[in-house]
Design a protein. Structure first.
Length: 479
């Protein structure tokens, strides 16, 4: 057996097909690596054994490929914690739709990865099972909330992973770990069997080492699902087929608000080192024959505030089901039913979800509903309209994925607002339901940590998104 270091789906497929390595050997190679390296990184919460089921499916690019799954997606018969103590011993009773779809390809699941509790966070420091470390510098966070998935792929403890993205949780950790993270259009991928954070925002997406791998995984995930009425009945193209089609003459929009906010307002907080890398990358797109056009998203400055009203509102409703009766942890010393609810939730749910439940319950309460929740819905519509208007003139938009590179563990943990500000470039896409991808575009001149470049496309135009990302990725290799 000759296990190659840092396999992509593509390179592992070649070795498997040539018989240079068997699926079991490939799995063992990753399991051994996890056994030695996970102690330092805490990327995995649960690891699985090699399956007895059929995985050699002819003509499937993913057959025998080992992957990792964020621990908020259900795999039947296995533990699913969502990073919370309240689900510490919860065993999933069915497969999420994405898991069912992956099974048909013969993929092999290595295990479940760490996350901020119920996917609420930006650094994976909010997990009840301890923080995940960034494999490029273990004193730093891997980003979040899919930090376990991003760290697993970046450390080559999996060939690819799935994450969920409510406000950036696939793209942001991908950026901070120097890998590729894709959030599909809202409605592309079923949320059935994903533990809900904010249902009108959540989407599942792949974390991969290359854009081509991202297209391969996306091909499997998409499609209408009778168990998720928000999935659309839309043709799913083969996203790998158009990766090399010309991007010459595409118009690339650069929202001016990404780089400078109106005076007197809270700035986007863009660090110099990220701005430098992103500007160099935009120039690279120009050398590939794209037209660069400055555009405007006038309501961008309200996106973060809108997100942090609308999302906690949905969180407060979605987390009501974790009451100590139906799922997981249950306080044994409750004096009556209400007391059992109180005690189970107080002991089982951590500080960040509690903060959001309280914020959401407040925003939805009568007397405040109009001022907060309803207002946020109106601004959400305006933000969506800004994108629709701007997309009349451009094919894709680009900018930074995050204002800063990976920060030190503990640096922002006590300041929730500082953490929320890290989401400034990612949340607008979830508010508008748009697809986006983060690809690595270099290293910060100060921190020496990876910088993510975000590309945004029109709804359901993942094909163009991946095409631009793939060709830019190839061009960046030659810097
Ligand atoms: N960091 C964002 C938040 O805490 C996004 C989370 C996510 O996408 N799951 O809400």
């Amino acid at each position: 057996m000759t296990a190659n270091k840092n396999y992509t789906i593509k390179s592992a497929r070649e070795d498997l097909d040539k018989g240079q390595i068997s699926a079991q050997e490939l799995f063992n190679y990753y399991r051994d690596k996890i056994n030695t390296e996970n102690k330092n990184l805490n990327a995995y919460l649960t690891v699985f054994d090699f399956p007895n089921s059929k995985f050699l499916i002819p003509n499937s690019l993913l057959a025998g490929i080992p992957c990792a799954i964020k621990d908020n997606m259900l795999i039947k018969g296995t533990r699913t914690t969502a990073g919370s103590k309240i689900l510490e011993n919860y065993i999933a009773s069915y497969d999420a739709t994405v898991i069912k779809k992956l099974r048909t390809t013969g993929v092999v699941f290595l295990g479940k990865t760490n996350l901020d509790e119920f996917a609420m966070g930006t650094s994976t420091e909010n997990s009840a099972y301890g923080p995940t470390k960034n494999p490029l510098d273990i004193s730093r966070v891997p980003g979040g909330s899919s930090g376990g998935s991003a760290a697993a792929v970046a450390a080559d403890l999996a060939i690819f992973a799935l994450g969920s993205d409510t406000g950036g949780s696939v793209r942001q950790p991908a950026a901070m770990c120097g890998i590729v993270g894709l959030k599909p259009t809202y409605g592309r991928v079923s949320r059935h069997g994903l533990i809900a954070m904010a249902s009108s925002f959540d989407q599942i997406g792949p974390l991969t080492k290359t854009v081509e791998d991202s297209a391969i995984v996306l091909n499997t995930l998409c499609g209408h699902d009778i168990f998720d009425s928000t999935t659309v009945k839309k043709e799913v193209p083969d996203f790998t087929a158009t990766l090399n089609d010309s991007i010459k003459d595409l118009t690339i929009g650069v929202p001016k608000e990404f780089f400078a906010m109106p005076t007197g307002r809270q700035g986007a907080g863009l660090s110099l080192e990220v701005a430098e890398c992103v500007k160099t990358t935009i120039a690279k797109l120009e050398t590939l024959g794209c037209k660069i056009k400055e555009i405007s998203l006038p309501n961008f400055e309200y996106a973060l505030a809108t997100y942090y009203i609308a999302v906690p509102s949905e969180v407060s409703a979605n987390l009501a089901r974790f009451d100590g009766i139906r799922y997981g942890y249950s306080a044994q010393d409750g004096e009556n039913l209400i007391d059992t609810y109180f005690k189970s939730r107080t002991e089982g749910i951590g500080p960040e979800p509690i903060r959001r439940i309280m914020l959401g319950a407040h925003a939805l309460s009568s007397g405040y509903y109009d001022a907060y929740y309803l207002k946020a819905q109106k601004v959400r519509a305006l933000i969506k309209k800004d994108f629709d208007d701007a997309f009349k003139d451009v094919d894709v938009m680009v900018g930074p994925t995050t204002p800063n590179t990976a920060f030190k563990i503990g640096e922002k943990a006590s300041d929730p607002l500082a953490l929320y500000l890290e989401d400034i470039y990612t949340v607008p896409l979830n508010l508008a339901g748009l697809p986006g991808i983060s690809i690595p575009c270099g290293f910060g001149s100060q921190s020496q940590m990876p910088v993510g470049f975000q590309i945004i496309a029109k709804p359901f135009d993942e094909a163009t998104l991946l095409r631009v990302a793939h060709q830019l990725e190839q061009a960046l290799k030659t810097i």
